[in-house]
Design a protein around this ligand. Sequence first.
Ligand code: KG4
Ligand code: ZN
Length: 339
Amino acid sequence: MKKDIYILGLETSCDETAAAIIKNGREIVSNVVASQIESHKRFGGVVPEIASRHHVEQITLVLEETLKQASMTFEDLNAIAVTKGPGLVGSLLIGVNTAKALAFAHQLPVIGVHHIAGHIYANRLIEEFTFPLLSLVVSGGHTELVLMKEHGKFEVIGETRDDAAGEAYDKVARTLGLPYPGGPHIDRLAHEGEATVDLPRAWLEEGSYDFSFSGLKSAVINTLHNAKQRGIEIQPENLAASFQQSVIEVLTVKTVKAAKEFGVKQVLLAGGVAANKGLRTSLEAAFSETEGVQLIIPPLSLCTDNAAMIGAAGTILYEKGIFEDLAMNGYPSLDIEQG
Ligand code: KG4
Ligand code: ZN
């Protein structure tokens, strides 16, 4: 009988300090997230220096809580997996150095995980992967379609050429005077309004799976400014609904097209924007009509940054014997294809 594998995951790439213990890559034993959102809110976005300081303050507490909830000690673990990039370098370094120190002290192997690989593997905590599969990754820093034919190998078939979807949500929210992070607020507002404002959809060249959201973002900002100058009132909920409809339509149409072209068996949704109710509903409707494709959408708590996903992705590297040494660094713009 195969022995169980227990991996401790650590995540500090942005504004959540998180640790989790994952059994056999698929089962959450414990999962703790300390969010810093309240500290960054008044600045309208994440302040890197503040983020690093919070990570330093929180990491030990989060770690202790994670072991306590699992009723485990370091002796029960097989390895420590940590997000090594991409992300804010000061934030990444807190996780990376914690992982290295713990690995050294407890004689455990250390594994470096790509943050987006983590977001994708959050889905494996819900459902076993069937290849080939396509993942729509939509977060604050990324918007990409990632094709996978086997575990741990990622092929980016399309990505944003400018803003990430979450970034566009946050900027539009800011223009509407909504607090950071704006995504959930726009999502809520959009459900109260109607898509009455005509906004562009960036389809790009025929056959491209790339995205672009900066034109849409500018169109929203211009619409608001023009209306203000002319003294016309625009209902924020209608503008939010129109913006959300444009984002969702492009994401859904391109995902369905790619799923068909590459003949995938599963489509996974990943990243913070995967929490968007409109997007979830739109993908569910689209894939209920696409035969032979299983759509997987993680629960909200696994869509936003967490360490369970890092433990899940790290387990694959553990099984492949891909480890880091103590020279591991934080890599702010790490490429998922190179890993
Ligand atoms: O993956 P994530 O937690 O952090 C990054 O790795 O970027 O994603 C955060 C992003 C933010 O831009 C936030 O506004 C967005 O996810 N977000 C949403 C929703 N919930 C979070 N965007 C749209 N609708 C939501 N319900
Ligand atoms: Zn993320």
